[in-house]
Each structure stands twice: as C-alpha cells, then as structure tokens.
Design a protein around this ligand. Structure first.
Ligand code: NDP
Ligand code: 8X3
Length: 257
C-alpha cells in the first residue's frame, strides 16, 4: 500500500462514534499518531484502550465540546505547543429534529449551528495557523448531501452543512500558495448514531430512515476519507460526494429491498 501519511499526526473531532471512530481504527494501518476529541471522557478512555491493543503509536484523548470557544482555544494551544498536527478531520457534528421551519426548536438550531459550523471554525483556526508552517498538511471537513440539496425538515442542519461546504472553498482560497490542502466530503444516508441522535433516542424512527435500502456504513465513509487523505502532497481532492447506490439525492431514494 502506498502510504503518503506515515508518521503524521491526525486530529479527529467526533472520534467516539460513527465515521470518526471507524477512521481512528482504520488509520492504525497507516502508522500515524492520533489525537481524538469528543465530549465524553468515558467513551474516549474506552476508545483509547481498544485502540491501544492494536498499536504502539501515540494516542491522545481530549474531552472537549467544540462549541466551547475558550476551551477549544486553551486545549488546542496546549496541544500545538507540544506537537505538530498535520491532518485535521473536522467531523464532530449532528442533526436534531426534522420539523418544518415554523415548528423548529431554536435550541436545536443553536446546537447544530454552534457544533457543525462554529465549532469547526474554532478548531480550525489554531490548527491551520500551525499548518501554514508545515511541509504538507490537510484539513478534511465532513459536509453532507444535505448541504448540497436541502430537504423538507432539514432546514437548520442543511444550512449548517451548506456553510461547511462554503467554508471548504473559502479555506482553500485563503490557503492558496501554502502546502495546506482542504477537502470536503459529503456523505448521503449512513447508518451511525446520527439518526438516534436526530430523533433523540427514538430508535424506531431512526431505523425507519434506513428501511428498505442499504445505507452507507461508517466503514464506507472512513474508506472515502482515507482515499482523500492518502494522496501525494501535490494532489488535493477538494470535494467528494459519497452516497448509497440506492440514493441518488435526498429525494431519489429507492426503497426496494
Ligand atoms: P455519530 O453521532 O455517530 O458521531 C458524532 C460524533 O460527534 C460523536 O463522537 C460525538 O461524540 C461527537 N460530537 C457531537 N457533538 C460534539 C461536540 N459539541 N463537541 C465534540 N464532539 C461532538 O454521527 P456520524 O458519525 O454519522 O457523524 C459524523 C459527521 O458526519 C457529522 O458532522 C454529521 O453531520 C456528518 N454526516 C453524517 C451522515 C449520516 O448519515 N450519518 C451523512 C452526512 C454527514 P460525543 O457525543 O461524545 O461528543
Ligand atoms: C446526514 C445525511 O441526508 O440524512 O447529513 O441529512 S441526511
């Protein structure tokens, strides 16, 4: 296997579940150091323990809410003083609710925008400031099909992901002439903890989302992230859509099975 990221340090936000967790495991094969971030210290500890059974590479964990700007600044300053972060995967994010705009919950809107958009900005700033000085560096932002094509009830979530897509382009514009590449990966329906979170623990509703078709798995999306990451320094895959074959866009979904 060609390995363009050997010995790099990778910081993943939202590392304890779904895409982020799978990526942490898949990255072990690439001989990188990992810095893993999510809110839950318990889940991070359990994850580190599991990962440590398969690697001797450095595994740092940081319980951090990406919405908390001061905490992000403090934690990132401490990390960046000690080590170089070559790869940042801005993955932490969530959807809450699926109500039309006039019935939406403004607290949900705040949480989604604060996490998916503002949290991504807070984390990116100090990391990219250091990346400018590195020989090669890469930021991967996890967008969504929802950011490209909004659907009924998606309102604030779709808007937050459209903003992530715009930021990816804006970051690439700001970083012209540097060695820092920026990529946006936009998955369609994927079976992770995303839907249980969206429906606040209603597992029946969550299951219905994937009824009658084969959704993406965390493995599928992790492989796409790795494909984008493991490119030579002069190659930047700036944008990638990845959807289940049964889903061509949010409206064209074949529930045939
Ligand atoms: P999961 O719910 O399985 O994982 C979300 C992760 O984000 C968890 O580790 C969670 O950990 C962490 N997280 C949530 N809020 C915060 C926060 N404020 N600060 C730090 N970490 C946080 O979802 P997915 O793996 O599916 O989602 C990952 C990303 O992919 C999200 O940005 C999502 O919007 C996007 N996406 C998902 C799709 C899908 O269908 N699954 C499709 C397209 C995009 P903890 O709760 O401990 O903080
Ligand atoms: C998550 C996928 O299309 O259910 O971003 O919003 S979708």
């Amino acid at each position: 296997m060609e390995n363009h990221i050997r010995n790099r340090t990778v910081l993943i936000t939202g590392a304890t579940s779904g895409f982020g967790r799978q990526l942490a495991f898949d990255l072990l094969e690439y001989e990188v150091d990992l810095i893993l971030v999510s809110r839950s210290q318990d889940k991070l500890r359990a994850l580190r323990e599991e990962l440590a059974r398969h690697t001797r590479r450095a595994l740092e964990i940081h319980a951090l809410d990406v919405r908390d700007r001061l905490a992000v600044e403090k934690t990132l300053a401490e990390i960046l003083e000690r080590r170089k972060v070559h790869i940042l995967v801005n993955n932490a994010g969530l959807a809450l609710g699926l109500d039309p705009i006039d019935r939406g919950n403004p607290d949900h809107w705040d949480t989604m925008i604060d996490t998916n958009l503002k949290g991504l900005l807070y984390v990116s700033k100090p990391v990219i400031a250091q990346m400018r000085e590195l020989d090669t560096a890469h930021v991967v932002n996890i967008g969504s099909m929802a950011g490209r094509m909004p659907y009924p009830g998606g309102n604030a979530y779709c808007a937050s992901k459209a903003a992530v897509h715009a930021l990816g382009e804006a970051m690439n514009a700001d970083l012209l002439g540097t060695n820092v590449k920026v990529s946006t990966i936009a998955p369609g329906a994927a079976d992770t903890n995303f839907s249980p979170t969206r429906f606040e623990g209603d597992l029946e509703k969550a299951r219905d989302v994937y009824e009658g078709f084969t959704p993406l798995s965390a493995e599928d999306v992790s492989r796409a992230i790795l494909c984008v990451l493991n490119t030579p320094p002069h190659v930047n895959i700036q944008y990638m859509d990845i959807l289940p074959t049964a889903q061509r866009n949010p409206y064209l979904l074949h529930r045939g099975e």
